[in-house]
Ligand binder design. Structure first.
Ligand code: SAM
Length: 276
């Protein structure tokens, strides 16, 4: 895959992404994620406050990597007016949709990719990456670079939380054809999973706004759990929990939910950061 994270696909999808996510009575994936994530964030925020965040002048903070159109951040903001919230995404078109939402002026939105260091250092109590964002990485070296970049933005003692589509999910969801439609748009997704190369391939055809339909190929990689665990450890994280997750009711646990913590005496570039 030459482009980063399906860049051309997300450029075409951005204007209709939110409509698609809410079509046919579906709950947008970002809101399903938000329901699972909120109790964890609230626990971390309480722990942060107990550590004396007020004394250091820093409120609780959360960064959503691969934030897309900002739905998760918007729902968190509606519940948590004082948290520092930020989102990062490789797609300028997805971020442009996020930036037009009502509470966007209270959220930092940054265009960046997981392939290189981010423009923040040790800045967030919790960093998340959801809805397959890390499955978009093309190979194990890219995953190692991503975890190194993520390690540099989590404050020592903070958390990295993410989901990955696991083998069950690729086998269950990455097969056959699915059609979606709404006012003025149609999306057709034809997918298959190649277990030998651990790659899911989707042909996504989009027709919107009366323009001729266009097709894009999306590749996502199945990342075996032992490889992910090793890559996290190599980047300096300690895995706290992994669990199967069935985000769609009455379906397989096709995702794995990962929670990893950066030790509070972790160091970066030879410097030791200790957070009170
Ligand atoms: C399936 S969408 C999920 C968006 C959002 N998290 C949600 O739940 O609706 C995946 C997002 O990851 C972003 N992405 C993929 N690869 C990326 C990379 N290497 N760096 C930054 N963002 C990336 C895409 O641009 C896209 O917005």
């Amino acid at each position: 895959m030459s482009e980063v994270g399906g860049a051309e696909l997300y450029q075409a999808l951005a204007p209709i992404y939110d409509d698609w996510q809410a079509s046919d009575g579906m709950t947008p994936f970002a809101l399903v994620t938000g329901a699972k994530l909120a109790p964890l964030l609230e626990r971390e925020a309480r722990a942060r406050a107990a550590l004396g965040a007020r004394a250091t002048g820093r409120g609780f903070s959360f960064l959503d990597v691969g934030c897309g159109t900002g739905t998760l951040l918007g729902s968190l903001r509606a519940q948590q007016p004082t948290w520092r919230l930020a989102g990062l995404d490789a797609s300028a078109a997805m971020l442009a949709v996020a930036a037009r939402k009502p509470l966007a002026h209270t959220i930092g939105l940054v265009g960046a990719t997981l392939d290189r260091p981010f423009p923040f250092v040790r800045a967030f109590d919790v960093v998340g990456a959801f809805y397959d964002t890390l499955n978009h990485l093309p190979d194990p070296p890219a995953l190692a670079r991503a975890f190194a970049a993520l390690c540099a933005v989590v404050r020592p003692g903070g958390l990295l939380v993410f989901d990955l589509t696991n083998r069950r999910g690729f086998e269950r969801w990455w097969r056959g054809r699915n059609d979606f439609s709404g006012p003025g748009w149609r999306i057709s997704v034809e997918a298959r999973f190649d277990p030998t190369h651990e790659i899911g391939q989707a042909q996504v055809t989009i027709a919107a706004g009366g323009a001729p339909s266009r097709s894009f190929q999306l590749l996502e990689r199945h990342l075996p759990e032992p490889d992910v665990g090793r890559a996290l450890m190599a980047a300096g994280f300690a895995v706290e929990r992994t669990e199967g997750w069935a985000p769609f009711a009455a379906d397989v646990e096709g995702k794995t939910w990962w929670v990893a913590r950066l030790p509070s005496n972790s160091h970066i570039n030879g410097r030791i950061d200790v957070v009170p």
